[in-house]
Design a protein. Sequence first.
Length: 140
Amino acid sequence: MQKKYFPFLSFLLLLVIATPFESGFIIQNPGWNNMIPSTSYLEIILWILITIILFTYWRIIKKEKLINLKVFLTHFILSFPFVLYARFNMFVRITTSLNAKNILEFINLLNIVCYTSLILFLLGQIIFIIYIIKRKKIMR
């Protein structure tokens, strides 16, 4: 395997992690008793964003030989916490509620986890977009 495919495969792994596997209808009993699972909008939006990022890495790999390793690692490390939060938010909520003494502390801890992971994700996307813009200017 060549090094240039490592960023693509890494974000492919993030896409698999971000994929809401419980999407679709689950039939409890024959007839009209269908249940729509509770896939959150956050999971769906994140899955779309990771798909766009994956497609962008694929296009970069096809045009260039290598992607800057520092930019890729920064982008991946900053994106990973939000993917985990979005996909496993119920686990995060349970863990946070076990460590909180009351409901206000629970809400504050949950907000800290949510907003920190979101800010890191957005920072990673900004760095990636700046990298793409600089590469386009260099390529011209």
